[in-house]
Design a protein around this ligand. Structure first.
Ligand code: PBG
Length: 306
């Protein structure tokens, strides 16, 4: 009766991986219970999520080939584009389709943008690629694009490109405060990404020592036209979630990322924690901190229990 926060199925967004050319779903060792889907198995999975009442999915593609420009990200026949069409045909408007918008799954060097000759990420050249990816995803039927590359000016560039091609109804969920975190490891296994030369993303993602700087990133994204913003990861950044909630009125998402999921699963498997309880506790804490939406690999199993 006096509970202040209740996690509900409406709060959950399920991240899903789809692999080009896959005949069968393939397990991801570092993400127990999560798979790289085939086009067929993706349809079956989303059918179950719709039945559970989960309102949205976010798609990540695993292309068969990678190149320096990440061509597969904007190819009309690229894996995410065909998967979006499959899902739209099968499910109509009964589930919201979100697509992660980035290049790292598609580039052979594993960075989120194009590389300049000196090997650094070329922010402004990357914006043109993101614009192309956004339009390809919109043509395939996406409802919301979710740019996750943390390039400066990405939201404005994507908004302009979408409006120009008459996709003004496609919304933008900006990964606005995305930290250079140690918690993305299992995700990189899930999408077969290895950053060239053992590099990292500290040049474009946020420094975990800083909060004010991340708040400024959120302000810029909102000013550029983001319809919704995201804080990522979730549990280690609850302070950011609370501060963004207090300052902005757009819907706020938090991404409970692969490493957060994997830690719970691994400790539970060893019998060291009660995994179901800890999952519920963590996701409820993220909501209590102020998130409206939570992207989580627990979406399906927790929805079945709520
Ligand atoms: C980039 C992207 C990443 C994640 C979502 N989008 C990886 C990264 O920035 O290295 C991580 C999600 C997770 O760990 O669950 N396309």
């Amino acid at each position: 009766m006096v509970a202040e926060t209740t996690l509900t199925t409406d709060d959950l967004v399920a991240p899903l991986f789809v692999r080009e050319g896959a005949e069968d779903p393939r397990p991801i060792e570092s993400l127990p219970g999560v798979v790289q889907h085939s086009r067929e198995s993706l349809l079956a999975e989303v059918g179950e999520l719709v039945d559970l009442g989960i309102p949205a999915v976010v798609l990540f593609g695993v292309p068969a080939t990678k190149d320096p420009e990440g061509s597969g990200a904007s190819d009309p026949d690229g894996i995410v584009q065909v998967a979006l069409k499959d899902l739209r045909d099968r499910f109509g408007d009964s589930i919201v389709l979100i697509a992660d918008l980035c290049l790292d799954e598609y580039t052979d060097h594993g960075h989120c943008g194009l590389l300049a000759p000196d090997g650094t990420v070329d922010n402004d050249a990357t914006l043109d690629r993101y614009a192309e990816v956004a339009v390809a995803q919109a043509e395939a039927g996406v409802d919301i694009v979710a740019p996750s590359g943390m390039m400066d000016g990405q939201v404005a560039a994507i908004r302009d490109a979408l409006d120009e091609e008459e996709f003004s109804d496609v919304a933008i969920l900006a990964y606005a405060a995305k930290y250079a975190s140690g918690l993305y490891g299992p995700f990189r296994d899930a999408v077969d990404v290895e950053i060239v030369g053992g590099g990292d993303r500290r040049a474009y993602q946020q420094d975990f020592r800083n909060a004010r700087e991340a708040l400024e990133e959120v302000r810029l994204d909102v000013a550029e036209g983001a319809d919704m913003v995201m804080v990522k990861p979730a549990v280690t950044y609850l302070d950011l979630i609370t501060r963004v909630r207090a300052e902005h009125d757009v819907p706020l998402a938090a991404y409970h990322v692969s490493g957060e999921y994997a830690m719970v699963k691994a400790a539970a498997e060893k019998g060291w924690i009660d995994g179901d309880l800890v999952a519920l506790e963590q996701l409820t804490a993220v909501k209590r901190a102020g998130a409206d939406l939570i992207l989580t690999y627990f979406a399906k199993e927790i929805a079945a229990r709520l």
